[in-house]
Ligand binder design. Structure first.
Ligand code: ATP
Length: 314
């Protein structure tokens, strides 16, 4: 879709568009990112999840050639992220975590200026994006609300036809309608064969829009999986109270049940979706007073299957 792609990202459309090998970054003695091996295919949204300080922004800045890796390498659209960063920036729509705008320039002037820097006429798609995100392009950016500044930064990141979008917390500050529209825009991008690397600590957002997710903790990628696979295994918290005492043995043999606690007329446990039918049938043997069943957050499901493991090691 974008001219001039190199290597595996080229002609076939089936290769890898973004790849890191043993990528690491250390600030002084602090290790921000360790040994990252990541590959993105055309046509997928990859949700890059992690709590504050996990190393998400560091990764994205390494991919854009804004930081020099301490170890390993990254390739984006066939170009080395550090040595060929101008080429990478031409092929990527990038939304930084803290977008820098020119305070006195309006949205339209930003579009003109940044199109010019890319050697292009103002992109007509910018106007369509502004309309879809409900953004007024006549206002100087210093007079825009935080959410509207974010919308402008998104228009600037998405306006050029690129193979890859790298978006750092893109829905930050956006109202629900704009968030929804952005998710549609991401899906349209991948439907055209593009790829999206979406960094977020908002689990619900990643669940709605990603095809695969990776979980970063303390600079280490501790798990990667397809979202549909995770959904089938999604952990639920079950809490029941009864009119009588119930025996723990009635629930002990059910596959996947964890953290089972029975006593004082109540039961709590966590279990994958696939086990809920057996749990409800076992509960039904006793006179129930109350029952709640809530889906755990994605991160908890992730950690239940992959454990906390070595990411907590120094
Ligand atoms: N310029 C810097 N100098 C020193 N340490 C840094 C620098 N930038 C980031 N760090 C540290 O590197 C680690 C990873 O930070 P990073 O900003 O990549 O995390 P993040 O996952 O993007 O977090 P958030 O969700 O809060 O934005 C943190 O411990 C942070 O304090």
């Amino acid at each position: 879709m974008t001219p001039g792609l190199r290597g595996a990202a080229d002609a076939t459309g089936t290769g890898v568009v973004l790849q890191t090998r043993g990528l690491g970054k250390t600030y002084g003695h602090a290790v921000a990112l360790r040994d990252l091996d990541l590959a993105l295919a055309p046509g997928e949204v990859f949700g890059y999840l992690g709590p504050n300080g996990a190393g998400k922004t560091t990764t994205l800045r390494l991919l854009m050639g804004l930081l020099r890796p301490t170890r390993g390498s990254a390739q984006v659209c066939g170009y080395d992220a550090w040595r060929e960063s101008p080429a990478v920036r031409r092929h990527v729509g990038f939304l930084p975590g803290e977008p820098a705008l020119y305070p006195t320039l309006t949205g339209s002037q930003h579009i003109d200026y940044l199109s010019h820097l890319r050697g292009a006429e103002p992109y007509p798609s910018a106007l369509v994006l502004a309309e879809r995100l409900d953004l007024d392009l006549r206002t100087p950016s210093r007079d825009l609300s935080k959410g509207n500044r974010q919308k402008l930064a998104l228009v600037l990141a998405l306006m050029a036809p690129t193979q890859v979008l790298i978006l750092d917390e893109p829905t930050s500050g956006l109202d629900p309608l704009a968030q929804q529209e952005l998710h549609v825009l991401m899906r349209e991008h991948v439907d055209r064969g593009g790829s999206v690397l979406l960094s977020s600590h908002v689990l619900g957002e990643v669940q709605r829009v990603a095809d695969r997710v990776g979980l970063l903790r303390r600079g280490r990628l501790v798990a990667v999986d397809r979202l549909d696979a995770l959904r089938g295994r999604s952990l639920h918290h079950v809490r029941a109270t009864f009119d009588v005492e119930v025996p723990a043995s009635a629930f002990a043999g059910i596959d996947g049940v964890r953290d089972l606690s029975v006593g004082d007329h109540s039961l709590t446990c966590a279990a994958p979706e696939a086990s809920l039918d057996r749990i409800v049938k076992a509960l039904g043997q006793f006179p129930l007073r109350d029952l709640t069943c809530t889906e755990a957050e994605l991160e908890e499901t992730f950690l239940a299957y992959y454990g906390r493991g070595e990411d907590d090691a120094a």
